[in-house]
Structure formats: C-alpha cells, structure tokens
Design a protein around this ligand. Structure first.
Ligand code: FAD
Ligand code: MG
Ligand code: MG
Length: 266
C-alpha cells in the first residue's frame, strides 16, 4: 500500500506520497481514462498549491469524513504540502503547523467509518476535531473553536447534489457560517476517484468492498443495488439471515456517476 498503518515521520510520509503521485503523472498511458485522470490530478494539485499561497497553513482545514472523495483530496493535500515545503517534523507539536481536519459524525455512524477516520488520524498525523450535530451548527462551532480557520477543503464533485455550479473557490452560501470552500476535485468523476485510489494503492474504508458506494449513516445507507451479484438466471442473490456482505460487488466496479447514491434513502 501507499502508506503503512503505523505512523511514519510526517516529512517522510508526504515525500513518499509526493513521489508516488509524481511517478503516476510521469507514466505514459494510452488509456483515455488514465490520461484524463493525470490531467485532473494536475489541476487539483494546482488548486491546492494556489490555496497554500492565498492562505497560511493554520488558516486551512479539510472536511474529512473518511469517504473516498475527501481521501483523495487528503492525499493530494499532503502531496502539495511536500511541494510547498510545508512538512514539519511533528505537525502536532505546534498549532501553526497542525494539519487541520473537521469531521461531522452522522447521527447513526457506521463503526467501519469511525474506525477508518481514527486510522487516518494516526496514519497521516492529522489534527481532527469532531462534532455530532447538523452541518451548519457544526461549522459554526468549529469556527468558534478554531477562529483562525478561513478556508476549508471539501471533496464535493460536480455530480453531487448542489455540486453543479460550484467553482474551485466559493465562499459559503448565505445562512452558512462564513468561510471559503475550496473544491479541488470538483471535476473528478466517480470512476476517477476509484482509479486514483486503486492505481496508487491507497488504503480506504472497507465498507466500499461490501457494495457501499456513498457513505451516510446506518439508518439511511445500504449497499448499492446496482452492485448486487446476480445468479446465472439474473435474479439477485440473497441470504436468509440478512448478511449481504458477500453478495455485492465492490464500489470500484460501479461506473456511472449518477448511480452512486442508489444505496441511499435520501
Ligand atoms: P459527500 O460526497 O458525502 O461529501 C462531499 C464532501 O463534503 C466530502 O468529501 C467531505 O469533504 C465533505 N463532507 C461530507 N460529509 C462530511 C462530514 N460528515 N464531515 C466532514 N466533512 C464532510 N451546502 C450549501 O448549500 N451551502 C454551503 O455554503 C455549504 N458549505 C459547506 C461547507 C463545508 C465545509 C461542507 C463540508 C459542506 C458544506 N455544504 C454547504 C454542504 C454540502 O453542499 C454537502 O451537502 C455536504 O458536504 C454533504 O455532502 P454529500 O453527502 O452530498 O456528498
Ligand atoms: Mg462524495
Ligand atoms: Mg455524504
């Protein structure tokens, strides 16, 4: 894998990630999918580097919920920190060098998501604050608790609800606590996200191997029905005891952006 679960010194971690991303960008590919992913990766890195020029490191944070999109964003952020020479020996030794993240817990979180977020904090030496309330209220509290934050990276993509008209940099809408949203992966497709994660061998939340394609809470998220394994006669495989794990294909086998949320109730 790209990173070992055990923590490694932050500068080495970022250097290793940067080396892997740089090697990917140098690869010669005939596949249109990989060529366009290389182009998207360059754009996203440019946006993150631009953010690091507009804002000081302590003013930046990342909205991280353990999902695939903000995972890609996190990897690119750490890569950009290496490019910009912003990788202190121990980021958590000083509030000014901490890699700030904010996680809003769902009312009924999956244990697998909680575990993956906790593992990410260790692996990537993140400084993560967690809130268990609706998003607007959570970000209001976050800005009160960490008033130095001026801009937050968000892993929203074009095909997400509300993603259609977003730019790389957008102030929050009226009614939201005021800060800049930064959307470096806004133009990535669902397939790009999985191609990147698998091509670079980035560890991800294991729910995705059980057919979940979009992660919410246990009360509103199911494996994606499009990924249900079929019998040779075309009927869906089911078990009497409701254990469906083995009966869904992994998330990375889905292709269509608009089918991603078919495992969600709302
Ligand atoms: P997902 O793919 O689940 O999420 C997209 C990205 O949002 C993730 O990659 C991650 O970066 C972030 N995110 C999602 N859920 C969480 C969570 N529980 N904890 C931490 N990060 C999370 N909506 C508006 O209408 N106007 C706004 O001004 C506005 N500002 C926002 C600012 C921030 C920092 C965030 C995170 C959200 C904001 N939203 C705003 C809400 C946003 O439009 C989405 O509704 C929300 O991110 C949920 O995304 P999703 O579940 O549709 O997609
Ligand atoms: Mg998403
Ligand atoms: Mg979500």
């Amino acid at each position: 894998p790209l990173v070992a679960p055990a923590p490694q010194p932050f500068p080495e971690l970022c250097a290793r990630i940067h080396a892997r991303v740089a090697a990917f960008l140098d690869e010669q590919h005939d596949s249109e999918r990989l060529k366009s992913l290389q182009a998207q990766t360059r754009i996203s890195l440019d946006i993150i580097c631009e953010a690091l020029e507009k804002y000081r490191l302590p003013e930046l944070s990342l909205a991280y919920n353990g999902g695939k999109d903000c995972l890609v964003l996190l990897i690119l952020y750490l890569c950009a920190l290496h490019i910009k020479g912003l990788t202190p020996a121990d980021p958590n030794a000083d509030p000014d060098t901490a890699i700030k993240c904010v996680y809003i817990q769902a009312p009924h979180p999956f244990q697998e998501v909680e575990d993956f977020v906790a593992a990410s904090v260790k692996t990537y030496s993140l400084h993560l604050l967690e809130y268990a309330k609706p998003m607007k209220a959570a970000f209001t509290d976050y800005l009160r608790d960490v008033p130095v934050v001026k801009a937050i990276f968000v892993g929203t993509r074009r095909t997400d609800p509300h993603g259609e008209h977003l730019k790389h940099f957008d102030p929050t809408d009226s009614g939201w606590p005021p800060f800049m949203r930064i959307h470096p992966v806004i133009d990535w497709h669902y397939v790009d996200i999985w191609t990147f994660i698998r091509h670079l061998n980035i560890p991800y939340c294991k729910l995705y191997d059980c057919g979940y394609t979009s992660l919410g809470g246990t009360d509103d998220t199911h494996p994606n029905p499009v990924l249900a394994k079929k019998n040779s006669n075309g009927s869906v495989l089911t078990t009497p005891n409701g254990t469906k794990t083995a009966y869904f294909r992994p998330a990375y086998e889905l292709v269509d952006d608009y089918e991603e949320r078919l495992g969600r109730d709302r």
